[in-house]
Design a binder for this molecule. Sequence first.
Ligand SMILES: C[S@@+](CC[C@H](N)C(=O)[O-])C[C@H]1O[C@@H](n2cnc3c(N)ncnc32)[C@H](O)[C@@H]1O
Length: 329
Amino acid sequence: MTGPGGVLPAGEVEAPELPGFDATRPNVARVYDFLLGGKDNYAADRAEAARLTGVFPLLPLRARQNRLFLARAVSWLAGQGVRQFIDIGCGLPTVQNTHQVARAADAGCRVAYVDRDPVVICHARALLSGPGVIAVPGDLADPDAILADPALRAVIDLAEPAAVIVAMVLHFTDAATARGITEAITRALAPGSFVVISAGSGDAQTGAMLAREYQAGPLFNHTPAQIGALFDGLELIPPGLADATCWVPGRAAPPLPARLSGGHIVAGVGRKPAPANPAAFPPAAKHKLGAPWPAASPAPHKALLVSAAVFCCPGPASTVRAESTRRSR
Ligand SMILES: C[S@@+](CC[C@H](N)C(=O)[O-])C[C@H]1O[C@@H](n2cnc3c(N)ncnc32)[C@H](O)[C@@H]1O
């Protein structure tokens, strides 16, 4: 606190006003950062993570499985020629951030990180942004506003195909709202664009326990069918909607039951198809328009496939492990 005349007592530094920052309450991005083994968290976040892992010990593993799914998806998309990525609800910087994975395939990839948490945006601007990589505040409550943001549009050309990532964020809203969000995003994208989605899903008991312990905000337990509905208007890329650990591009994954037992991450990648009459479509959006899926698409980096093999369910894991061993010879 400042003294008379606005002068600080010797040796004291006034903390800057930071809207939305409160270290004493658990925060969505910081709890997740702790689950991933990050350092940008406080006692309140760690206490919440301890409560969550107390009722569901696999939670830190699920968070890592989600990041590995994202890395495989982004790597595959970059291999398909996607050069623009919008990562909404990006979270605090971690390892294998979207632009790093995409730029391993092509250094020209452009990325917009978006989050509603101003501290996330501060960190992303300090650690991630640079030429062709931007971090902008935005709330999924208004996806049209996010995609209309002039700062984002300076980096991302929505007349061309882009990939929008909404990972581990749609379970913070109810199913109907989440569906409205992905519908708006899908509508705004050019044909040939992609939407990458992951969300938590589990049995009623696990969902209720996690929702009870999660004090950073409301938590919704969407069924696989509700998460599948988020891909309406999109073609699901094989293996389709899958447990995140089993999502390996072009490889079969076990079908999802109506309700998973325990807690899992359900994930998928959808592509916006070409319009029925491509001639009526603006000429700018011609990239891969209507192109069929190649039988053998460029494989993600070998390390990413191995990462799937380590965690994945038995079928695809053994296939992937054999495949990656063959390639390494
Ligand atoms: C669990 S983290 C997921 C981070 C990253 N997407 C991932 O999958 O690793 C959720 C992030 O979404 C952000 N978030 C939550 N609700 C949001 C909203 N309505 N709009 C934008 N960001 C949101 C949080 O601030 C947090 O950074």
